[in-house]
Write a protein that binds this ligand. Structure first.
Ligand SMILES: Nc1ncnc2c1ncn2[C@@H]1O[C@H](COP(=O)(O)OP(=O)(O)OP(=O)(O)O)[C@@H](O)[C@H]1O
Ligand code: SF4
Ligand SMILES: [Mg+2]
Length: 382
């Protein structure tokens, strides 16, 4: 759960968001979040120029309580995957460079662990699901064998006991013929089935945290929705937390307790999902919502200050829907082209002179935290 002083119904946090450019904000109570990330700074070196580093993740901090779902959302190139991969120290180094920050999982500083200690956590306490299951599955190994491998390694189960658990979990993820699927090779399954296998593998060890990076992006809409529902029900029943990475605000609205909007390596808005979707404050969040078809069909209210405040698409004139679907002009700057000041300023419709000079901090904007120097009321502007 996000640390937002209990201003939304259901928000129990009583502290500030961690890690904003060296901020020492901390919790006044004793509860330790399951995952606590502070002031993460990650870069890449240029090929052949080791001393030059481009920042892909710049001062990112968030926390996640047990049983909750946090979405990292933003356009392509915002740094979502780089941040997520670093949690398990999966970035190749070089070219990746860790410039600062801490990742605490169940109170343990993951940065201080040896590779052997980390291996005990990877694939057991923290599991990861990727967009393309084929890249994670071994093409020449039967599904049952690869799913059971971790159980035999981490829990010392016999082949027969592992096979029983594998079939049980394949049934839980909705496979019609678990024993038959366990005997198949990955290429014999559909994309949706492969992603179910990946989810089965992720929940099999009973992890505390599942990280899903664009886990439904490669699937058709109906299959993607089923997979999301499955993930949600599995995490709810097991009590695992979910860190879900997506560019789709429809998914955010569907599954996230809290949401962190990322832009150019930074979190620009962060808060309980209900507040963030109903009253977005940062111009980038407002832009994302306006360019999202989901905004027109979900219950979330349009951005504050928007002319039509009805949440139902049927009530919104077609021309208004077209206007709101207009994309944010321009593109996310690459790690070598970050503009001075607010990195969103070249694309921001509300930018003023100081936006190109001042680097805004993440500030309390009433309901969410927002990184905007021009104030917390972008939605009220024309
Ligand atoms: N190995 C690498 N070497 C150099 N730059 C990299 C490397 N990996 C990622 N980057 C850069 O880091 C930035 C963040 O990349 P990242 O993959 O985290 O984006 P993302 O938000 O996950 O985007 P997408 O939605 O497309 O997956 C991008 O500008 C990307 O080009
Ligand atoms: S600081 Fe300026 S450029 Fe950046 S989001 Fe706010 S209004 Fe836009
Ligand atoms: Mg990514």
């Amino acid at each position: 759960m996000l640390n937002l002083a209990g201003r939304e119904a259901g928000t129990t946090g009583t502290f500030l968001p961690p890690g904003q450019g060296g901020s020492t904000a901390s919790k006044p109570d004793d509860r330790e979040a399951l995952l606590e990330v502070r002031d993460l700074r990650l870069g890449f070196t240029r090929e052949g120029v080791r001393e030059e580093v481009g920042l892909a993740v710049d001062g990112v901090g968030f926390s996640l309580e047990g049983g909750k779902t946090l979405c990292l959302v933003g356009e392509s190139g915002c740094g979502k995957s780089v941040a997520a991969l670093h949690l398990l120290r999966l970035l190749p180094s070089p070219p990746a460079k860790i410039l600062g920050g801490t990742v605490r999982f169940k109170g343990q500083d993951l940065g201080a662990l040896s590779e052997t200690e980390l291996n005990r956590i990877r694939g057991d306490r923290i599991c990861m699901i990727f967009q393309d299951p084929m890249s994670s599955l071994n093409p020449v190994m039967r599904i049952g064998a690869q799913m059971g491998e971790g159980l035999r390694l981490h829990r010392g189960l016999s082949a027969r006991a592992a096979a029983r658990e594998v079939e049980a979990v394949l049934e839980r993820v909705g496979m019609p013929d678990p024993a038959g699927v366990a005997r198949e090779f990955p290429h014999r399954l559909s994309g949706g089935m492969r992603q179910r296998v990946m989810i089965g593998m992720a929940v099999l060890p009973g992890p505390d945290l599942i990280i899903a990076d664009e886990a439904t992006t490669a699937l058709d809409a109906v299959t993607g929705k089923r997979i999301l529902d499955l993930l949600r029900s599995l995490t709810e029943s097991s009590g695992a937390s979910l860190l879900f990475i997506t560019h789709d605000l429809g998914i955010v609205a569907r599954i996230a307790d809290d949401t962190a909007v990322m832009y150019a390596g930074r979190i620009v808005e962060y808060g309980p999902t209900g507040a963030l979707l109903a009253k977005p404050v940062h111009p980038y969040t407002v832009g994302l919502l306006r360019s999202s078809p989901a905004n027109l069909t979900r219950n979330s209210s349009p951005p504050r200050g928007s002319p039509a405040r009805s949440g139902r698409s049927a009530d919104i004139p077609f021309r208004e829907r077209r206007r709101r679907l207009a994309a944010i002009p321009g593109a996310v700057p690459g790690i070598w082209d970050r503009p001075a000041g607010c990195s969103f300023h070249p694309r921001c419709a509300y930018a003023v002179q100081r936006c190109s000079e001042e680097d805004p901090l993440l500030r309390d904007a009433g309901g969410t935290f927002s990184r905007c120097a021009a104030g917390a009321h972008s939605g009220d502007r024309p």
